[in-house]
Design a protein around this ligand. Sequence first.
Ligand SMILES: Cc1cc2nc3c(=O)[nH]c(=O)nc-3n(C[C@H](O)[C@H](O)[C@H](O)COP(=O)(O)OP(=O)(O)OC[C@H]3O[C@@H](n4cnc5c(N)ncnc54)[C@H](O)[C@@H]3O)c2cc1C
Length: 468
Amino acid sequence: MSRDPATGEAPFRNMQNRSHKITLVGAGLTGPLLAISLAQRGFSIQIFERRPDMRLTRASAGRSINLAVSTRGIHALREAGLWDQMSRIIIPMKGRMMHSLAGELTFQPYGKNDTEVINSISRADLNVALMNAAEAQGVTIHFNERCTGMDWITGGARFRNEQSGRETTVNSEVVIGTDGSASALRLDMQRRGRLNFTQEQLDYGYKELTITAGPGGKHVLEPHALHIWPRGAYMLIALPNVDGTFACILFLPFEGRESLAVLDTAEKALHFFEQRFSDAVPLMPQLQENYAVNPTGSMVTVKSAPWHVDGKVLLLGDAAHAIVPFFGQGMNCAFEDCTVFLELLDRLGPDWPQLFQEFEQARKINTDAIADLALENFVEMRDRVADPRFLFRKKVELALEAKYPRHFVPKYAMVTFHRVPYSVALSRGKIQDRLLAELCDPIARVEELDWKKADHLIHRDLIPMESL
Ligand SMILES: Cc1cc2nc3c(=O)[nH]c(=O)nc-3n(C[C@H](O)[C@H](O)[C@H](O)COP(=O)(O)OP(=O)(O)OC[C@H]3O[C@@H](n4cnc5c(N)ncnc54)[C@H](O)[C@@H]3O)c2cc1C
């Protein structure tokens, strides 16, 4: 993209866009972020959100879980001028801390050095910060307004007020659905009959739980780690909060011998925790209350196409492509959607039909890839991280990366610390898995690695990252 030599800005950024009115549906994580960048480019933006304003009634802040923000998300936040502000409410996590059944700890770094970290952030704090920043850019957010679909004849978006029941139709140049995995706009596109759609519910659910802070607000576990209690068919994870607490998530099958169906009382849950996560129990004085009160969440992979209609309506973020949370990429991927959308806008201007088409072309292959990678990582997190052979392969991966940094970047790092397309991470990851199996299977220690063979395989099968 050619930039203005005087300002360094993309040419389209300098144009007056006030006459272009855009409606966004959903003020979750992606809606406000996109709104900020569009408002910075001069567009006139309104967001309609189904829920009340979480800043006024914190109880309505929705899911209290923490999210891991990594390179793709950070890039989008930085582009919108928000990352410096966010970095005050994050805690970097350098690796996984595994808790064995006996309570022994094993630390496994995520990356090759201290800059390759993922960052724990409270969903509610991030959402509030994004909404505040959007309003500061002149974006109007209407709360308690549930989108019920489109009037496909006039092109207006239809809303029903959750308090008064009043129905309105809002006209604007385009409508962008950032209304999450159960998107009402997507549902209406389906009803219209032109949308292909698959939805795969995971047979696991989750419960949000809390590890309380120690005396003086201190963390009672290592704060710079994502804690995992891997137990084969299920797991507990904990992410640090800035106030000294940890936000925990228990992932369990819905049905079966050890399942949410069986653990149907807080007493049974406590007994289960005492047997399976005994070192966590003393840190969770509210365990029974949390378990009884917090709803059970479900997880879904959504794939849909096309994401747009007549240059008028576009789906973006989870509304277009929801994934299971095990690679910590749903939001990062949705934020990357914003990056790609804005790059196209800066190149094409508001030629919406062309832009929407190129957007989907650029993203679909990658959002499909991260959906598959996220499902694959579930097995890794709940099961394989406790396997000594898996931990050994991780060591070999880091050794190969240290020797061949241009060719061999571990799959986890490609997804988390780089911005290579997810589809490339998926395909290179498969090749690397094969190489690793070939190199690791015959040996038990890194010192035994056949470097001549490694050199041959790597140069034969992997082109340098910079030539991608
Ligand atoms: C347990 C769990 C852990 C996760 N961990 C991570 C992680 O570590 N890292 C990561 O990157 N991602 C993670 N994710 C995924 C991440 O939460 C989502 O990808 C992200 O929230 C998507 O943002 P979004 O704006 O598209 O949707 P959402 O954040 O869901 O926002 C949608 C908004 O639209 C509103 N809305 C819905 N319907 C309507 C309607 N009809 N009218 C008006 N408004 C409506 C909703 O109220 C909401 O505010 C996790 C998800 C789960 C479930």
